[in-house]
Design a binder for this molecule. Sequence first.
Ligand code: FBP
Length: 257
Amino acid sequence: MQKIMHNEKSLLIAYDQGLEHGPTDFNLNNINPDYVLKIAEKGKYNAIILHHGIAEKYYDKHNATVPLIIKLNGKTNLVKSDPVSNQVCSISRAVKLGAEAVGYTIYPGSEFEHKMFKDFSKLVETAHTYGIPVIAWVYPRGKFVQDNLSTETIAYAARIGLELGADFVKINYNNDFEGFKWVVKSAGKAKVLVAGGPKLSDQDLLQRTYDIMKTGASGLAVGRNIWQHEKPLEMTRALKDIIFNNKSVNDALKNLK
Ligand code: FBP
């Protein structure tokens, strides 16, 4: 786990949106995986999250300076039924590609949760045999989920990750600062990483990050807010100032002036 952390904290850059959302998130720069890999390396991220196809063609495990996390399952947003995300890469292939950790999305509340729970639990067993940690994206979704951003639901998501063997849970933040402390407690010894979401203003992203870190979370796994930013490295420095150096939002903002 230490390979994708620094002083028990972590800042990951996610670039799996091409499968999850399609190229709609991209522009002429960030549609090129090399552009995002460069940000990851220059920004000294704790790891970059990729699907296996992109990793195979763009990630050079012999020369890369940023650790790799392979996302093992995925789905598109074209299918509108209850979500199910199937495994699209094996752990042995992820390891061959140079992965230091693997990720997997679970949608609790979906009518297919049983399948994802079963597959996830099996892959935890295999990953731990290889000695690599597992990050569970736990996103409650589907027709049975009334409010996927209620504190109770997010706390449940965090707990599900712990119960099923995740080393890290990647969950959404709902701006309930006090409530999120309970979410972090619910994750127990699983480290909490918060997803970025759609692009925010600099001030909002940094304030949100500041609050998240004060709840006891271990860091962020962020995508669009970095590679859609016109100054991705400056924003990276600002986030790192908050996550690793305990700086205030105003001090962190100075990186962007
Ligand atoms: P962002 O920071 O761009 O939101 O990425 C985080 C992430 O979890 C990605 O890993 C994943 O592709 C995406 O969000 C899933 O988004 P959605 O909430 O639309 O399913």
